[in-house]
Design a binder for this molecule. Structure first.
Ligand code: ADP
Ligand code: MG
Length: 727
C-alpha cells in the first residue's frame, strides 16, 4: 500500500477550516501596512512630500536631498509598526519577486546601537544578483546589477520587514527586470496620448494607463500536493486520469465556496487590504477547486506591483490553511486551466477614461480616436502581444477551447462594428456641411454612453472591448502582468505618435481638425479590418478564416518567441525608448532558456516518476494477479483457464502498457539529452517542443490507463478525484 498517498488523504480529510476573526471593517484595514500618500503627508516634511507627488504625477526626479528625509520618515513609520528590517523588493526575469533583507539596527562605536536608514540605502542597493537571469547582459565578471527605489509605487510592511518597490538594472544601464520597460512604456504612452488628448481638451497634461487584473488559481490541500512529486517540481501533474466527474456538470462555477476555501479567501482579503490591494470580487471558477479574485483597477504600475504582491501573498497565506496555491496555467489535464485577464485603459489627469464613450459628439470623437488607434496598433503589432504571453504553461491553454486561440484578433461588439462601418464611408479630404452634421448626429452622436454589447461579450476573443476598456484575455495565470502592459502601452504609444503626425500633416494641408481626424480614422479602419472578429474564436472555421486573412497562428512558445527578433518589432521598442535591441535580444534569450529548462525539468521528473513509482506499482499488481492465477491452477487444475481468463488478460494488458511506457521513456531520455546539447537557444527550445514534449503524452496515455487497471490500494500517486474534490 502506498503510505504517503493514504496518509496525505487522511490528513486532508481531517483538516478543518481555519477560524478567521476580522475585528475591523475591510475599509478600515485598507492601506494599514502601506506607506500611503496619507501616511507620507503625516511623516514627511512638506517639500519632500511634494517631490514624491511630482515624481508620481509628472515623472520628475526626486532631488537627492529629499531621499534622506524620505528614508528617515519611512523608517520611523515602519518601526512604529514593529518593523526591524527593510528590503528592496524587485521583479527579476525569473518570474517571481525577489528580496534581500537588511536590518535598521547598527551598533555604534561606544557600544550602543541605533536604528538607521539613510537615503543612500533607500535609493540604491546591491543584491548578490549574479544568479538572476540576464541573457548575457550582465556578465558576472564585468558588471553587477543594482536595485533602485521606484517612488511611483508605494512601500509596505509584511511581517517585520519594510518592502520598498524597486527596479533592477545592470551597471551598464540595461534592464534586468519587468519593471523598467513597463515604466518606460507608461511614460511613452503618457507623452503620446497626452498630445492626442489635447485635440479634444487643452487642459490634459497627463495620461495614465490603468490595469484591472483578474487572477485565476487552484487550491489543493497541502498534504495531497506534497504527495505528488510532479506538482511539487513542475507546478503541474504530468500523469493522472481525469475523474469521472470532471467539470461536465458546471456545478462548481459560482457555486457555494467551500468552508476551508472561504476562510482562506477571507484571510487573503484581509491581508490584501492591509497592503492596499483593493480586492473586491471572489468566486469559484469553471474547474473544480479553481477560484478567482479581482481588485478595483489602478494605475498600471501600481496594479502590476499589486498583482505580483498578491501572487506572493497567496502562497504565504495558503500555508496557514494547509493549502497550496497553483498558479500554473494547466495543473490538471482535462480540466480547465487558469489565466489572468488584463483589463486595460487610458485615463487623463482631467478624470476622463479615454476609452469610454461620452455624452456628446466631441467626447465620442475622442473615444473613437483612442478606440480606433488601439485597434490599429493591435492590427500592426499584434504579434508582439502574442510573444508577450508565450510561455510553456500557457501553451497548454491557448487554442485548446478553454482560452482564446493563439490568433490575435479583436472583438468590439455589433454596435461599434456599425459605427466603424459608417466611419469607413467618410468622404476623402474636406467634408460637406451636410456630411459633418450627419456624422455628428447620426454616427458619432449616436454612440450610446453605455454599450449594450458589453453583456454578450465574446469570451473566445483574446482582445475584447468591454464597454469602457479592452480586456486582454490570453495572459497566463502565473505571468507577471508587466509584460502584457509593456507591450500594449508601447504599441499604442507608437500608434498614437504616428496618428498625431498624420493628422497634423492634413491640418497643415488645410483640413480642419475634425476633418483630418475623420480622414485618418477612416484609413485606419480600412487597414485594420482583418484583425476584427466577432465570431467563435474556438471554432475550426476561425483557424481557416484567420489564415485567409493573413493573421498569424503561432501555437507554441518557441514559434511565438521567434517573432520578438523581427526588426519591425525591435524598431517599435527602440523608437518608443522602451527597450534597446540588445535588451530585446537578451530577454528573448532568457525566455527561450526558461522554456527549455521547464520542459527539461518536466522530462526528468516524468522519467523518474515512471521508473520509480508507476512501473513498480504496475509490476506489483501484476504479481498479485500472477499469484492469483497460479493459486487457481493449484486448486482447479485445467479448469483455471476459464476461471482465470480475465486475470490473465489483465496481466497481458498491463504488460503491454508497461512495455510501451518503457519504450517511450527510453526515447524521452535520448530526446532530452540531445535537446540539452543544442547550443542555439531558439533551436534548443524548438527541439524541446517538437521532440521531447510529445513523448510526455505518449507516456501519460499508458500511465493513465494503468491507473484505471491497478488496485486503488497499490496506486502510489494521489488521484485527480482526490486532489480536486476533497476539501
Ligand atoms: P468581468 O470581466 O469579470 O465581467 P468587469 O467587466 O466588471 O468584470 O470588470 C473586470 C475588471 O475590469 C475589474 O477588475 C475592473 O477593475 C476592471 N476595470 C474596470 N474599468 C477599468 C478601466 N477603466 N481600466 C482598467 N480596468 C478596468
Ligand atoms: Mg474578465
Amino acid at each position: 500500500m502506498s503510505t504517503l498517498r493514504f496518509k496525505a488523504l487522511e490528513k486532508s480529510v481531517n483538516k478543518q477550516a481555519e477560524k478567521i476573526v476580522i475585528d475591523k471593517k475591510l475599509s478600515q484595514l485598507f492601506n494599514e501596512n502601506v506607506f500611503s500618500y496619507d501616511t507620507m503627508r503625516e511623516y514627511l516634511p512638506k517639500n519632500a512630500f511634494k517631490a514624491i507627488i511630482a515624481s508620481k504625477e509628472k515623472g520628475t526626479k526626486i532631488p537627492r536631498e529629499f531621499a534622506d528625509q524620505v528614508a528617515s520618515a519611512m523608517k520611523d513609520w515602519a518601526i512604529s509598526k514593529g518593523a526591524t528590517h527593510f528590503t528592496h523588493w524587485f521583479q527579476p526575469l525569473t518570474g517571481t519577486t525577489a528580496e534581500k533583507h537588511d536590518s535598521f539596527f547598527r551598533p555604534t562605536e561606544d557600544g550602543r546601537a541605533i536604528d538607521t536608514f539613510e537615503g543612500t540605502a533607500l535609493v540604491q542597493q546591491e543584491p548578490d544578483a549574479s544568479s538572476f537571469p540576464n541573457g548575457g547582459i550582465r556578465n558576472t565578471f564585468e558588471a553587477r546589477g543594482y536595485t533602485a527605489w521606484d517612488p511611483t509605487s508605494t512601500a509596505f510592511i509584511i511581517g517585520t520587514t519594510l518592502f520598498i518597490p524597486s527596479v533592477f538594472i545592470s551597471y551598464t544601464g540595461e534592464t534586468l527586470d519587468y519593471k523598467v520597460p513597463l515604466l518606460r512604456a507608461l511614460q511613452s504612452v503618457d507623452e503620446a496620448a497626452t498630445e492626442v488628448a489635447k485635440y479634444f481638451d487643452k487642459n490634459v497634461t497627463k495620461v495614465q494607463s490603468t490595469l484591472g487584473w483578474e487572477q485565476e488559481y487552484f487550491l489543493v490541500d497541502l498534504h495531497l500536493y506534497n504527495s505528488r512529486p510532479d506538482l511539487q517540481m513542475t507546478g503541474r501533474t504530468l500523469v493522472g486520469h481525469s475523474p469521472a466527474k470532471g467539470q461536465q456538470l458546471d456545478d462548481h462555477y459560482f457555486g457555494a465556496i467551500p468552508m476551508r476555501v472561504m476562510s482562506y479567501m477571507q484571510d487573503l482579503e484581509v491581508e490584501s487590504m492591509k497592503l492596499g490591494i483593493p480586492i473586491t470580487t471572489r468566486h469559484n471558477e469553471v474547474a473544480p477547486n479553481q477560484f478567482e479574485c479581482a481588485p478595483m483597477f489602478e494605475e498600471a504600475n501600481q496594479a502590476v506591483d499589486h498583482n505580483s504582491l498578491l501572487m506572493d501573498l497567496m502562497g504565504r497565506i495558503a500555508k496557514k490553511h494547509d493549502f497550496k496555491v497553483l498558479l500554473h496555467e494547466k495543473p490538471f489535464a482535462g480540466v480547465n486551466g487558469s489565466g489572468k485577464h488584463n483589463n486595460w485603459s487610458l485615463s487623463t489627469d482631467t478624470g476622463e477614461n479615454l476609452l469610454s464613450p461620452g455624452k456628446n459628439p466631441k467626447k465620442n470623437l475622442q473615444f473613437l480616436t483612442f478606440f480606433v488607434n488601439t485597434i490599429k496598433a493591435v492590427s500592426e503589432y499584434g504579434d508582439m502581444l502574442r510573444s508577450a504571453i508565450a510561455e510553456a504553461g500557457n501553451d497548454h491553454r491557448l487554442g485548446a477551447n478553454e482560452a482564446p486561440p493563439a490568433i490575435i484578433s479583436i472583438f468590439i461588439g455589433s454596435q461599434l462594428t456599425n459605427v466603424l462601418n459608417e466611419l469607413e464611408k467618410v468622404t476623402e479630404g474636406k467634408l460637406s456641411a451636410e456630411e459633418k452634421t450627419d456624422l455628428k448626429l447620426n454616427v458619432v452622436g449616436k454612440i450610446p454612453e453605455i454599450l449594450l454589447d458589453n453583456t454578450d461579450r465574446n469570451r473566445t476573443s483574446p482582445f475584447a472591448f468591454t464597454g469602457n476598456k479592452f480586456e486582454i484575455r490570453a495572459v497566463g495565470s502565473s505571468a507577471n502582468c508587466a509584460e502584457t502592459m509593456t507591450v500594449i502601452n508601447t504599441i499604442v504609444a507608437q500608434q498614437l505618435k504616428d496618428f498625431k503626425e498624420e493628422v497634423d500633416a492634413l491640418i497643415e494641408n488645410g483640413l480642419s481638425k475634425d476633418e483630418a481626424i475623420f480622414n485618418v480614422l477612416r484609413e485606419y479602419i480600412k487597414s485594420s479590418r482583418n484583425v476584427l472578429f466577432e465570431g467563435d474564436g474556438y471554432s475550426d472555421n476561425w483557424v481557416e478564416e484567420a489564415e485567409v486573412r493573413g493573421l498569424n497562428n503561432y501555437k507554441t512558445t518557441p514559434e511565438a518567441l521567434k517573432l520578438e527578433l523581427d526588426p519591425k518589432y525591435i524598431e517599435v521598442y527602440e523608437k518608443t525608448g522602451v527597450l534597446s535591441a540588445r535588451e530585446v535580444e537578451a530577454r528573448n534569450e532568457i525566455k527561450l532558456e526558461k522554456y527549455s529548462t521547464k520542459i527539461s525539468i518536466e522530462a526528468n521528473v516524468l522519467i523518474d516518476l515512471v521508473s520509480s513509482q508507476i512501473i513498480p506499482a504496475a509490476v506489483n499488481y501484476q504479481n498479485v494477479l500472477v499469484k492469483n492465477v497460479k493459486g487457481l491452477k493449484d486448486i482447479f487444475g485445467d479448469e483455471f483457464k476459464d476461471l482465470a481468463k480475465d486475470q490473465m488478460d489483465l496481466i497481458r494488458v498491463i504488460s503491454t502498457h508497461i512495455n510501451s511506457i518503457k519504450v517511450a521513456n527510453d526515447q524521452l531520455i535520448v530526446a532530452a539529452k540531445s535537446a540539452k546539447e543544442i547550443e542555439d537557444h531558439q533551436a534548443q527550445a524548438e527541439a524541446f517542443g517538437a521532440t521531447v514534449k510529445p513523448l510526455f503524452d505518449e507516456i501519460r496515455y499508458h500511465s493513465d490507463e494503468l491507473e484505471e487497471l491497478i488496485d486503488n490500494n497499490l496506486w502510489p500517486l494521489t488521484k485527480y478525484r482526490e486532489m480536486l474534490f476533497t476539501r
